[in-house]
Design a protein. Structure first.
Length: 306
């Protein structure tokens, strides 16, 4: 197997720009015969002729034009790599790879990432999955940051940092019929069907503790770990959903859902999880610096409503 030689590619790039072997050799401070040999070795590696050699000058073949485009990309990437290692700000587009826990509110993700989506210099790559899988990808450097609704413990092997981005109030929400119905908390939790997050959710754990304190056994009609499905169930059914307000923000603003009870004791927290890295993606710092500002991007309890 033959490998692409970076120096051969650099020599090719210079000849393509100059259109002359002798001019390129002078710029590169090498002899013309030596440069010709380097180009021949590159052509042998690629298996294609890169130049039409004529008296009037050297012109690129079709394969040469394609190679030149890739060479430009490779050299820009090389310059960015050096800039990253020197911790300099890149001049071109920058890629940020974000992993989001599948149970995380899509509304929160959109509100939080929207400034980056509008930035023409940022290429945003979003991946969704379970927290354990995303942390493995974070450790393997295939993603830069994980957005989660639960913090991650640090240990000797994984030096995670859980940056608190925002907290959101949690309530019980129901359809339009609940605007005319009375709900008495906590007693009615026993007689009204509830759609709640799964047992893995911190919101669910806090709700279960509260029910135990009141001595009430709630009617759990469904346990859902997907917030989009939870929204659909509460819109279609007669019961109530235990959710952070940001999850049902759009339905709440349109008057399709109403909040029958607000929990002062329960909140949903949103975190950006990062590892300790010597050369972190500078966009991660920009993202994490939004900590504490996320609440202002989202619907607050008394700001809006139907």
């Amino acid at each position: 197997m033959s490998f692409l030689n970076y120096h051969h590619l650099r020599y090719f790039h210079q000849v393509a720009r100059e259109g002359s072997l002798s001019k390129a050799a002078a710029k590169l401070n090498v002899s013309t015969p030596a440069l010709s040999i380097q180009l021949k070795q590159l052509e042998d590696t690629l298996g294609h002729r890169l130049f039409d050699r004529q008296r009037s000058g050297w012109t690129l073949t079709e394969v040469g034009r394609v190679t030149l485009e890739y060479a430009d990309t490779i050299f820009r990437a090389g310059e960015e790599l050096q800039g990253v290692l020197r911790q300099e700000a890149p001049a071109g587009r920058r890629t940020l790879r974000v992993g989001s826990v599948a149970t995380l509110s899509r509304n929160f993700q959109l509100a939080f990432l929207e400034p980056l989506l509008r930035n023409p210099k940022v290429n945003l790559i979003l991946r969704s999955g379970g927290l354990r899988d995303l942390l493995q990808q974070l450790q393997a450097h295939t993603i830069d940051v994980v957005l989660s609704n639960q913090a991650v413990r640090r240990d000797a092997d994984t030096n995670w940092h859980s940056h608190l981005l925002a907290t959101q109030p949690v309530g019980l929400f129901g359809g339009r019929a609940w605007k005319r119905r009375k709900f008495h908390f906590p007693a009615d939790c026993h007689t009204v069907p509830l759609v709640v997050p799964s047992l893995a959710s911190e919101v669910r754990a806090a709700f279960d503790r509260l029910m135990d304190q009141h001595g009430v056994r709630p009617w759990i009609a469904a346990e859902v770990d997907d917030m989009a499905m939870l929204r659909l169930l509460v819109r279609a059914g007669e019961g109530l959903a235990l959710v952070p307000r940001v999850v049902v923000r759009d339905e709440f603003e349109r008057g399709e859902l109403t909040e029958v009870h607000h929990f002062s004791q329960i909140q949903e927290s949103f975190y950006a999880i990062t590892p300790t890295r010597r050369f972190p993606n500078p966009l991660v710092k920009q993202l994490v610096s939004r900590s504490g500002k996320g609440d202002r991007l989202l619907l607050e309890p008394d700001e809006k409503g139907p």
